[in-house]
Design a protein around this ligand. Structure first.
Ligand SMILES: NC(=O)c1ccc[n+]([C@@H]2O[C@H](COP(=O)([O-])OP(=O)(O)OC[C@H]3O[C@@H](n4cnc5c(N)ncnc54)[C@H](OP(=O)(O)O)[C@@H]3O)[C@@H](O)[C@H]2O)c1
Length: 256
């Protein structure tokens, strides 16, 4: 076992894209546990767009990370030592591990991690993607907010991202014709060939608006005329219905 705990701490608040001075690596001794505490070794980190939001000192859905604090981050960890009432040695955990090697857990933690269930043939890493925040966001965002109906056309932005790639596949399962928007030809090929999207548009091509309009029109023309009534012909914008894209957020903050 290593002797030090490496931690990435927030050293400066980004004003636009994240630059190397925003996070600073520091090393400190691995903390000793007291009664009611446990020590967990962090195995995986999930680097998510929302971390950019946590770095900003603005009102948001969680307290912003303060300068000098370990950067908040979702991850997977395993308990290596415990005097904690809930977690025992060997437990695998998912939650806010922070960007660090070791996480000290206390009985009164405000955001305690959850124990991972042991499911045969399922890798723990799935709890950071399909069965984690990305999968839950895609599932409830599309099905509870978007409420897609079979035969509708679903347009997914950031379609090759963690959430968008799941939204598109859920849309197919629910009988939608799915059009994805992504930022490279390679991503477009992946969502079409491997994930089964019906069409993909690269927004970095000059004629992307025409291509998107054509892809949507193709979808509507395929439908039987009697089905093309306003409620059934509506187009669902999946991720846009949930949250602004990362790029939008950065641009909005830049312009004040
Ligand atoms: N993951 C979660 O658990 C979760 C939960 C709740 C909400 N969300 C929200 O859902 C949206 C998508 O999240 P995600 O986890 O799918 O993200 P992701 O896997 O990191 O994908 C984000 C995509 O956004 C596009 N993008 C546009 N402008 C960008 C920029 N300036 N920097 C980086 N990427 C940029 C990129 O795709 P292109 O190259 O195709 O443009 C990138 O692949 C975000 O708004 C996020 O806050 C995510």
């Amino acid at each position: 076992m290593p002797h030090t705990n490496r931690q990435w701490k927030l050293a400066a608040r980004p004003t636009s894209l994240i630059t190397p001075d925003v996070l600073q690596l520091s090393e400190s001794p691995i903390p000793a546990i007291a009664d009611g505490q446990a020590l967990a070794r962090v195995k995986y980190l999930s680097i998510d767009p929302t971390m950019r939001v946590w770095m900003a000192d603005t009102p948001q859905y969680m307290p912003p990370v303060q300068l000098g604090e370990v950067m908040r981050c979702l991850g997977l960890a395993e308990v290596v030592e415990s005097r904690h009432p809930t977690f025992k040695k060997g437990d695998k955990l998912s939650g806010f591990t922070g960007m660090q090697d070791f996480l000290l857990l206390s009985a009164d933690d405000k955001y305690p991690p959850q124990k991972l269930p042991s499911i045969p043939f399922l890798s723990d890493i799935n709890f950071l993607n399909l069965l984690g925040g990305a999968g839950l966001t895609a599932y409830f965002g599309l099905l509870d907010v978007g409420k897609p109906q079979s035969g509708e056309t679903l347009v997914v932005s950031a379609a090759a991202g963690a959430v968008g790639s799941i939204v598109g596949q859920l849309g197919k399962i629910h009988g939608c014709r799915v059009v994805g928007i992504a930022g490279s030809d390679e991503k477009c090929k992946w969502i079409k060939d491997d994930l089964g999207f019906d069409a993909a548009v690269n927004y970095k091509h000059a004629d992307w608006k025409e291509k998107l309009a054509a892809a949507i029109l193709r979808a509507c023309q395929r439908r039987k005329p009697e089905l093309v009534i306003p409620a059934r012909a509506r187009i669902l914008f999946a991720i846009a219905s949930l949250c602004p894209t990362l790029g939008d957020w950065i641009v909005r903050k830049k312009s004040g």
